[in-house]
Write a protein that binds this ligand. Structure first.
Ligand SMILES: [Zn+2]
Length: 338
């Protein structure tokens, strides 16, 4: 087997080993925006780079996977090499990744994967064990966090051994299937109904899908949701944030512009004399909270962009603009800390 030469994940994202989780997210968003196949149709180099970035992000954004990667590098124990992918008895939890081999859509960025925390680790399979709640994490696309949906989650949980029905005995000896433990690990694919509006870090309880005790009753499964960042939209509570570039003329004279929101584009007015960095709010165009049923807002910040095409006529127009300022726009700024 020929080993593929892989670049260091930190190098791929252009960050240092000590980068914070926020830095990882930031670097990923920046690169994903630049390299996304929608932005580079037919560009296979960009596509390869995008996949590389995607893979690096999936590992580095997850504290467990990152820890394993820091320790073992690419050569570390990896679940992708297993027959199923998606979980790992060693507890390193590399796995999943973007569904399918093709380029994921903007919504799929980050991929969907689930892995069990503490599922198969130490202390499993004690005889006469009681039912217990289990925990899993699942990364969901940004779109699903806003509008909800049904996703598949692969988990392992302990179920009653089908050979000995939980007794742990077979004839005079220990049951060979469960080695006398009465329970076995079972990999299951669950359908998870994700409610619209769920936040990053939110939990979904799936009754009866935790570990089964020797008596046959099962605990519940608690799925912690991790929302993949979107390359453009950002969520703050139930508000959605975005940046909208406008021209100098639009800022100065006012205009009607088209603003992207999670609900599609919305026409909005830019008032005359709008300043760069000014924020506007489209009421109710954010995310609907699943509990209160109240909707957040879409908040966009305008960014005045200057034409890159520099011409004498443009310089003249700019000089004219300059003559319209009343005094120094930087008057009143401090000289330093004193
Ligand atoms: Zn058994």
């Amino acid at each position: 087997m020929i080993a593929r030469v892989k670049r260091d994940y930190y190098e791929v994202l252009g960050i240092s080993k000590g980068a914070s989780e926020a830095d990882v997210k930031k670097a990923y968003r920046k690169l994903a925006r630049k390299l996304h196949p929608d932005v580079n149709p037919g560009d296979t180099t960009a596509q390869k780079k995008f996949q590389e970035v995607q893979e690096a992000y999936e590992v580095l954004q997850d504290p467990e996977k990152r820890k394993a990667y820091d320790r073992f590098g690419h050569a570390g124990p990896r679940v992708e090499e297993g027959p199923e992918g998606g979980f790992d008895f060693g507890g390193y939890g590399f796995g999943g990744g973007a569904p399918g081999g093709g380029a994921p859509s903007f919504e799929d960025l980050g991929g969907i994967f689930g892995n069990l925390f503490g599922g198969m680790g130490g202390g499993a399979f004690r005889g006469g064990a009681a039912a217990a709640d289990a925990r899993a994490t699942m990364e969901i696309p940004f779109r699903t966090s806003v509008f909800g949906g049904t996703l598949q989650l692969q988990t392992t949980r302990r179920v009653v051994c089908p050979t000995c029905h939980g007794t742990g005995r077979k004839g005079r000896g220990a049951c060979p299937t469960c080695r006398g433990q009465g329970r076995i690990a079972s990999m299951e694919k669950l359908k998870v109904n994700v409610p619209a509006g769920i936040r990053d870090g939110g939990t979904i309880r799936i009754p009866g899908k935790g570990d089964t005790g020797a008596a046959g009753a099962a605990g519940d499964l608690y799925v912690t949701i991790k929302v993949s960042p979107h390359p453009y939209f950002e969520r703050r509570d139930d508000d959605i944030l975005g940046v909208v570039p406008i021209t100098i003329r639009e800022a100065y004279s006012g205009a009607e512009i088209s603003v992207p929101t999670v609900h599609g584009r919305i026409r909005a007015k830019v008032p005359p004399g709008t300043q760069g960095g000014q924020r506007f709010r489209l009421r109710g165009k954010g995310v609907r909270d699943p509990r209160t049923e109240a909707s957040g807002d879409h908040v966009y910040t305008v960014k005045i962009v200057v034409p890159k095409n520099l011409t004498p006529a443009g310089r003249e127009a700019a000089a004219l603009f300059d003559s319209l300022y009343e005094g120094d726009p930087r008057a009143g700024l401090p000289d330093g800390l004193d």
